[in-house]
Design a protein around this ligand. Structure first.
Ligand SMILES: Cc1ncc(COP(=O)(O)O)c(C=O)c1O
Length: 340
């Protein structure tokens, strides 16, 4: 690690910090090159790159966790590799072989090992793999060349004081179209979310909740996270729709709810008008892990679930087991963790 860098592990947020190495590989003439680590965090690309003009790019997000025994592990990195290839397929970009993706993540973690926060701080090393269309091009068509890169940033736990519920408002806008790219992790979805996010924050909410873009009756996403609810009958429910990003955290929680907590689990429509079917609700994703939803504002009324200040017992238990698996304290299902 650069000797000048002194990190206060207990005080990390979700901000860019330049770490020592990142991985970079170039696709040209129909193939990926070998790929390499570099200390240079600047990209030198054509002004006519499709990523800059036509949004031909996609990305992923996952974390490396320091275990109690000092070893480091990744969580379900294979799922990120597959999801990235669903994004590349949709935007006519070249696929990154799953082994290449995993190897790139491993190399970046090893090369920046000293940036993986100590066990017990709740902090992690966030990995950001991405692919951008580059090269000289002016028409709306796929790029002639691509860059695949992975960089790493140490990030703090989302909640410094434990699981604190947040309030959300229903957005007046859509983040994606019914048959568009909502199910893929592509930059355009996030550009479309900036304005509704700003409105929600200005009104004192943590973020907004998007309804389905066809009928505006069903809950889809909570900002950049998936929604789940616990019914009064103790079922785990999460919405199903092609315009929702398939959250790896969400699918992991479904397995945890079913196999560890023995709850019935359903992926199905969640109607905003029927929101009082839930006694607890949460948002889940790699960055947020689980954010308990205190209340949702819809048509000028705030619907409160368990409490605006206290996390509900099922959400708390889901969080304990998920984090336990991610940090290596609880044995997870086979194949969920990858030792670096
Ligand atoms: C729009 C959106 N939904 C959901 C998620 C959660 O997905 P994951 O659990 O794979 O991080 C993310 C974050 O990646 C996201 O950007």
């Amino acid at each position: 690690m650069n000797k000048d860098v002194k990190i206060n592990w207990g005080n990390l947020g979700f901000n860019y910090i330049k770490t020592d190495y990142r991985y970079i590989s170039v696709w040209k003439d129909g193939q990926w090159d070998e790929g390499r680590l570099t200390e240079d965090n600047m990209l030198n690309i054509s002004e006519a790159s499709t990523a800059l003009h036509y949004g031909q790019q996609c990305f992923e997000g996952l974390k490396a966790y320091r275990r109690k025994d000092g070893k480091i592990q990744l969580f379900r990195v294979d799922r990120n590799a597959h999801r990235m290839n669903e994004s590349t397929a949709k935007l006519l970009m070249p696929e990154v072989p799953v082994d290449k993706f995993i190897d790139a993540c491993m190399q970046v973690v090893k090369a920046n090992e000293h940036y993986v926060p100590p066990y017990g701080t709740g902090a992690t090393l966030y990995l950001r793999p991405f692919i951008i269309g580059v090269g000289d091009n002016i028409g709306v068509k796929p790029a002639p060349e691509y860059i695949f890169s992975v960089f790493a940033v140490p990030v703090g736990p989302y909640f410094k004081d434990g699981l604190t519920p947040c309030n959300f408002m229903i957005a007046d806008y859509d983040r994606a179209a019914p048959y568009g790219t909502g199910g893929q992790k592509v930059g355009g979805n996030y550009a479309a979310s900036l304005h509704p996010h700003r409105i929600a924050v200005d009104r004192g909410f943590a973020d907004c909740i998007y309804l389905d873009p066809s009928t505006h009756k069903k809950i889809e996403e909570v900002g950049a996270a998936n929604f789940f609810g616990i019914t009064k009958n103790n079922e785990f429910i999460t919405p199903k729709s092609p315009s929702i990003l398939p959250s790896i955290t969400k699918y992991s929680l479904m397995d945890i709810a079913r196999d560890y907590l023995k709850m019935p689990v359903y992926e199905r429509d969640v109607y905003i008008d029927n929101i009082d079917e839930f006694k607890e609700a949460g948002a889940c994703g790699t960055a947020a892990v689980i954010t308990p939803i205190g209340g949702i504002e819809y048509k000028d009324k705030l619907h409160v679930f368990h409490s605006e200040t206290e996390v509900g017992p099922v959400t708390k238990e889901l969080y304990r087991i998920l984090c336990g698996i991610q940090f290596g304290d609880i044995e997870g299902p086979e194949g969920w963790t990858y030792l670096v």
